[in-house]
Design a protein around this ligand. Structure first.
Ligand code: NAP
Length: 298
């Protein structure tokens, strides 16, 4: 399949390129930089130069593709609302191109946007929060509209994606620990973060593209939840720093803007995804990757 991939130069995209090529797909990767274009060429992909928010260019690339995976996102969280609304427009545009065809479109979201009906572990069929509650949900809302129109759209919800170099939000925990000279968690630290090794995440994208069901929401969850206390202890051992419990009231002083996230439980399940797509995560777990990482480089 000729696959147009946005975010092809990012953490996940750069590993999704070989996953797709090795399975026999022709990858056209979006890049807005010379360095990104060179990396894509080296990986064996065709390069499409452009900014994802240049919707005319985006349309050209999507029209020439037999399938699209959208994994680009601007992670400058100081302007999350704008970037989320930009993402809504990108998805609307990809959906317009898709009209009248059965070409699959895989959109990227996060398990953190899902609100569990039971107040426990979030499942694929749970609703997402609204963009009024959290701006990033604009992505899910844009996908909902395309799905309601019967388009071949699938939503890939990611938990914390990791290897020994990148762990998204946990990288911020490591940076805070370095600044504060200690590693903190709140209360008993039993609240959890779901996770997946990046190799498992990219395999699930490929399977979803190849045989996903229109309208499906997939959870790329390898581990339903890793307790924040366990994460703090592994980071503390790796950085040779003391680990301590702090109170909820003390969380903003230590965690700053991350404080609202360190007190909630974000556990998410992938049982339906595994059953429907036959996906079985096999990569290292989060704590293993955290034990094996080089903290001097983090
Ligand atoms: N990593 C995680 O743990 C995680 C968890 C939940 C959800 N997600 C979602 O998964 C997707 C991929 O995440 P990631 O970790 O791979 O992110 P990343 O490493 O930050 O990569 C982002 C990608 O988006 C591209 N991009 C951003 N703005 C662009 C623009 N204006 N025009 C063209 N390309 C642009 C970047 O291109 P450049 O190389 O040019 O910067 C890069 O290829 C995102 O939607 C993210 O929100 C990730």
């Amino acid at each position: 399949m000729r696959v147009f991939l946005t975010g092809a130069t990012g953490f996940i995209g750069s590993l999704l390129v070989p996953e797709l090529i090795n399975a026999g797909h022709h990858v056209v990767g979006l890049s807005r930089s010379d360095a990104g274009a060179e990396a894509l060429k080296r990986a064996g992909a065709e390069v499409f130069r452009g900014d994802v928010n240049d919707l005319d260019r985006l349309r050209i690339a999507a029209e020439a593709a037999e399938g699209v995976i959208h994994a680009a996102f601007n992670h400058d969280f100081s302007n999350l609302q704008q970037h989320s609304e930009d993402d809504r427009k990108v998805i609307e545009t990809l959906g317009e191109v898709q009209a009248g065809s059965d070409r699959p479109l895989v959109i990227t979201s996060g398990t953190g946007l899902v609100r569990s009906k039971t107040g426990g572990t979030a499942v694929e069929t749970d609703d997402h929060v609204t963009s009024a509650e959290f701006p990033r949900a604009a992505t899910e809302e844009a996908a909902d509209i395309l799905i309601a129109k019967g388009r071949h759209v699938m939503v890939m919800r990611l938990p914390q994606v990791h290897n020994t170099r990148r762990q998204g939000r946990i990288t911020q925990h490591i940076q805070l620990a370095r600044q504060r000279g200690r590693v903190a968690y709140v209360g008993e630290g039993k609240n959890r973060l779901p996770a997946v090794h990046v190799s498992d995440a990219v395999r699930l994208y490929r399977i979803a593209l190849e045989k996903g069901q229109p309208g499906a929401h997939y959870h790329a969850v390898g581990e339903e939840g890793v307790a924040l206390r366990d994460i703090a202890e592994v980071i503390g051992a790796g950085m040779r720093l003391p680990v301590e419990s702090i109170t909820q009231e003390g969380a903003p002083a230590y965690f700053g803007g991350l404080a609202p996230l360190v007190t909630i439980d974000l556990a998410a399940s992938s049982a339906l995804t595994r059953e429907r797509l036959g996906w079985k995560p096999t990569g290292p777990d989060l704590l293993t990757d955290l034990r094996n990482m080089d903290y001097s480089a983090a």
